[in-house]
Every structure is written in C-alpha cells, then in structure tokens.
Design a protein around this ligand. Structure first.
Ligand SMILES: Nc1ncnc2c1ncn2[C@@H]1O[C@H](COP(=O)(O)OP(=O)(O)OP(=O)(O)O)[C@@H](O)[C@H]1O
Ligand SMILES: [Mg+2]
Length: 245
C-alpha cells in the first residue's frame, strides 16, 4: 500500500544555506514516525515544506496519493494535514476556545458554526482544557499553550498530525504522560503522526519508525532500536542528545 505521506527528494535552501538536501521519507498510515536530529538539522523546515509554508527548491510531497505542492497552501488543513508549531502560533487576545475554533474553520467544507463549536469543545475537553475555553490565550504557561495548539489541530479532524517539539515546557513526569497521550490520540482520532522531539526517549518509546536528519541530510531510518544502534546517529546526535530526558 502507498504510504500516507511521502516526501521525495526535497531540497530547500535559504540563500547559500541548504536546510534540506535531497531528503526523502515515507510515513505509512497509522504510524507514529519520529523525526530527530540536532538543532538546525532541518526538522522544522521539513514540516514547513509539508504544510506548504515553504516552497521547496526541488522534490515532491505526496499526501494520500495527491501532490501537495500542487494544492493551494491554505487547502492543506482541509486535505487532512494539521500541525503544531515549535514556538506556538496562537492568537493571544482571542480566547482559548476561539483559538481552537480556527482549526475547525479551515477544515469544514460546509461551514456550520454549531458543529465547529462542538468539535472545538470536544477537542478541548479531550485534552482536559475545557475550563480554559473562555479565557484569553495570553499569559498561559508555554506547556498549556502547546496543548491548546494540539486541541486546535485535533479539532480540524486531520488524518496526519505533525507535532513540532510537543514536550516543550513540560517537566519529566509530564513528558512521560505526553508519550501516553500521543499514543491515545493516534488510537482515538485514528491518526498518523510525525513527531519532532529532542526528548529522545519519548520518541524512541512511541515511534514505529524513526528518521534522522543531520545538516539537512537524511542520515538514517529504521526502528527505534536500529536507529539507537546506528553509529552515524550516535556520532551526529545521540551522543550529545539529552538521553536522560
Ligand atoms: N526562514 C528561514 N530563513 C533562513 N534560514 C532558515 C529559515 N528557516 C530555517 N532556516 C535555517 O535552516 C536550517 C534548518 O533549520 P530548522 O529550523 O529546520 O532546524 P530544526 O531541525 O528544526 O532545528 P531545532 O531542533 O533547533 O528546532 C537552520 O540552519 C536554520 O537557521
Ligand atoms: Mg525546529
């Protein structure tokens, strides 16, 4: 069966800097796939290419047999691709519920305010955030903001969810809980997940497959055990990563 997401030979440069260098990776439907590598390796750039924020210099992105680069950028969420951002992108003056409603608005073909609201409320309560719905997003702790972004992504009923450092702002215990939550989300929302995280133990414990970038190049791919044992990955990343995290 064709993978749900296929990134094929993607290159993206910024001036003279090559952020992604002929990178290919495929994610099968239902997988949790980890995408790891050192700072500046190109992980967020890969997300930005997949979600059409950045146009690649070369290569293709195929989602559910459709060439995403031929789809209009604002249609990507509607096709079933949702994400969270490394640095949180929310509207601070809007309420938490309004922020989550943004996710439903980009998704629904036939727009119904009541259905959108119920999707947003459901996503908030799924993540234990219902009490925060009426208050403005501004001033909430970073970990909570990341969870609101996750609610916004879920409220759009994606098929593919891209998580960029979801453990940001969490303590050790919360990171463990996040691992269980991501697995639960995959099951409850019938999702495929591509996960970027520096908490290597989290990635290794929940991923079916792990892809490794280093200086824009894909240096390894395999099961978590294979990747952990890969000398090139140890040299480029694992030797220095926060392995205790
Ligand atoms: N908009 C941009 N303009 C210029 N350079 C950029 C831009 N976005 C990314 N880069 C550069 O591309 C390279 C890859 O960055 P990217 O953010 O994808 O790395 P990353 O793997 O997500 O790193 P981190 O783990 O620190 O988040 C870096 O050298 C970065 O400075
Ligand atoms: Mg990043």
């Amino acid at each position: 069966m064709a993978p749900l997401l296929s990134v094929e030979h993607v290159t993206r440069t910024f001036g003279g800097l090559v952020a992604l260098d002929d990178v290919s990776l495929a994610v099968d439907g239902g997988q949790i796939a980890g995408l790891i590598g050192p700072n500046g390796a190109g992980k967020t750039t890969a997300f930005n290419v997949i979600t059409r924020l950045y146009k690649p210099d070369a290569g293709r992105v195929v989602f559910d047999s459709r060439d995403l680069l031929r789809s209009r950028p604002h249609k990507v969420v509607g096709l079933g691709v949702a994400r969270t951002f490394q640095n949180v992108v929310l509207f601070p003056l809007m309420t938490v519920l309004e922020n989550v409603l943004v996710g439903t608005h980009s998704r629904r073909r036939v727009f119904s305010e009541r259905a959108a609201r119920s999707d947003a409320e459901e996503a908030l309560s799924y993540l234990g955030l219902q009490a925060l719905g009426p208050r403005p997003a501004a001033g909430l702790p970073f970990g909570t903001l990341k969870r609101i972004e996750l609610a916004r992504a879920l409220a759009s009923h994606p098929r593919l969810l891209l998580l960029d450092e979801p453990a940001g702002g969490l303590n050790h215990e919360e990171v463990d809980e996040l691992g269980a939550l991501i697995r639960r989300i995959r099951a409850d929302y019938d999702l495929t997940i591509l996960l970027v995280e520096h908490h290597v133990n989290l990635v290794m414990s929940i991923s079916d497959r792990v892809h490794v970038l280093n200086f824009g190049q894909k240096i390894a791919e395999g099961t978590p055990a294979e990747v952990r044992a890969n000398p090139a990955v140890i040299e480029a990343y694992l030797g220095t990563a926060d392995a205790a995290a």
